[in-house]
Design a protein around this ligand. Structure first.
Ligand SMILES: NC(=O)c1ccc[n+]([C@@H]2O[C@H](COP(=O)([O-])OP(=O)(O)OC[C@H]3O[C@@H](n4cnc5c(N)ncnc54)[C@H](OP(=O)(O)O)[C@@H]3O)[C@@H](O)[C@H]2O)c1
Length: 287
């Protein structure tokens, strides 16, 4: 009988790359979405849609009924702990499914960002729940650069507050491949990983890869963290998002993200994709 897997945050970045792979691998997907109209592509793949908000425990309980595993993805935000609890309660209510959770780089009680501190609390609740679990705490997503598309196209510049900090940034596709391997093949129970890309690079390095690939000059322009906060506020992400992005920018500019590891290879058997591959296969077509 095919495995049944509940995926929350199913219309988001990572689930978008993970769900097709787990369906191809023979699993049945319960996709938890807050707006079924945005999820018709998932229904077309064969996923069963369950509509609801993260505040709706009963809707999540229905989505989790009879599943063998849960892929718990919740957004970054001030309500993260409560949202994490609702997903975990739904899992516990349904029996004892294998619980696979998306957390964030450096999740810890003393993490430099509120996002990392909240993720730590949700990770801890999972570890103490008695469920079998695997937690991924990925590095900075290469796909975050899509937030800079407008100025790259208009001015040939990307404005970020990371100074000369190096980051072992990761292609979201490698996080999705890791989740698919974990859910389909098992073998990582009660492990926590911090998947990274294959190289630790500055945004000057990233701009140079984009320049070479496009054949057009693109520069990274470091800006003060306060300017990052103003940009995030203008983009409508609110005070919480602005503070988190300022704190990440400060930490990364001080070298907090300057590390890589082989977690993607350990989980998937394949080397993680580098920034050049990300540019060639993903970013270039958007520029
Ligand atoms: N960006 C990074 O560099 C980075 C690095 C490490 C970890 N992370 C972590 O990655 C996670 C985000 O993953 P992602 O990028 O795949 O997600 P995403 O693209 O931000 O999507 C969030 C998902 O959650 C859904 N959602 C939001 N609020 C909801 C609500 N109130 N009720 C029900 N559903 C709701 C969204 O639905 P709609 O489509 O309807 O909006 C969407 O499906 C965060 O926890 C973040 O901390 C990010």
């Amino acid at each position: 009988m095919s495995k049944k897997i509940l995926v929350t945050g199913a219309t988001g970045n990572i689930a978008g790359f993970t769900i097709p792979q787990i369906i191809d691998g023979g699993a049945t997907i319960h996709a938890y979405v807050r707006n079924a109209d945005k999820a018709s592509h998932l229904a077309e793949l064969g996923a069963i849609l369950f509509e609801g908000d993260f505040s709706d425990q009963e809707a999540l309980n229905r989505a989790a009924e009879g599943v063998d595993a849960v892929l718990a993805i919740t957004p970054a935000g001030p309500e993260a702990i409560e949202q994490g609890k609702v997903v975990l309660s739904a899992a516990l209510n349904s029996g004892s499914p294998y619980y696979v959770r998306l957390s964030a780089i450096g999740a810890a009680p003393d993490a430099p960002t509120e996002n990392g501190r909240l993720h730590y609390e949700s990770d801890k609740a999972v570890m103490e729940s008695g469920l079998r679990y695997t937690i991924l705490r990925p590095h900075f997503f290469m796909q975050n650069i899509f937030g800079n598309l407008e100025t790259i196209k208009a001015e040939g510049k990307m404005y970020l507050g990371m100074g000369d900090g190096k980051l072992g940034m990761i292609d979201v596709r490698d996080i999705a491949d890791s989740f698919a391997a974990i859910l389909l093949n098992g073998g990582h129970e009660n492990e926590i990983y911090t998947p990274t890309g294959p190289e630790s690079i500055t945004f000057t390095d990233a701009a140079s890869i984009i320049t070479d690939g496009l054949g057009k000059q693109v520069d990274y322009v470091p800006i003060p963290v306060e300017a990052v906060g103003e940009f995030i506020l203008k983009a409508g992400w609110g005070e919480w998002g602005a503070q988190v992005m300022m704190d990440y920018s400060k930490a990364y500019s001080e070298g907090w993200g300057d590390f890589i590891n082989d977690d993607v290879k350990t989980i998937t058997g394949n080397k993680a994709r580098g920034f050049k591959q990300f540019f060639d296969e993903v970013l270039s077509s958007a520029l």
